[in-house]
Design a protein around this ligand. Sequence first.
Ligand code: THU
Length: 142
Amino acid sequence: MIKISRKILGTLEDAARQASRNAYAPYSSFLVGAALLADDGEIYVGCNVENASFGLTNCAERSALFAAVADGRGRGDFAALLIYTPGEICHSPCGACRQVLSEFLEPESFIYSACDSGEVVAWTMGELLPDSFELSSRSPRN
Ligand code: THU
C-alpha cells in the first residue's frame, strides 16, 4: 500500500473536480469526477457518462479505470482513487463500481471522496467491498 501525501491528495482532488466539468449528466445533473493514481504517479481521470436508457450510464470511477486499462495498466498498478461529487455530502462509490474497482485495486488501497464541504472521506477498498466476487480460475493479471 502506498501512503498518499496531502499534496498528492490535493492533486487528485483538482483532477477529479476538473474531470467532473466534462461529465455528461443531462438526466441527473449530478456531475461526478474521479482521479485514479497509478503506482508510478500517473493520474487517469473519468467522469460519469449518462444515457437515455439509464442503465447504460457509466460512472466516473469506472470511466477512469477503463481509461487506465486502455493505456496499458492492469491489476495491482494502482495506488488510490479519489471521487469528487458535487454538493456538501461526500458520496461513496456505487456497488457496481466497488466490484469493478476491487478487481484492480488492493484491499488496502485507499478510496477517497471529496465534495464541496471541504471534507475528504477515506475508506480502504476492502472496507467498501469485503468478500468481492472473484473467479477462482483467474490468472494474476488478466
Ligand atoms: N455516479 C457516479 O459517477 N459514481 C458513483 O459512484 C455513483 C453515481 C453517477 C451516475 C449517474 O450519472 C449520477 O451519478 C447519478 O446517479
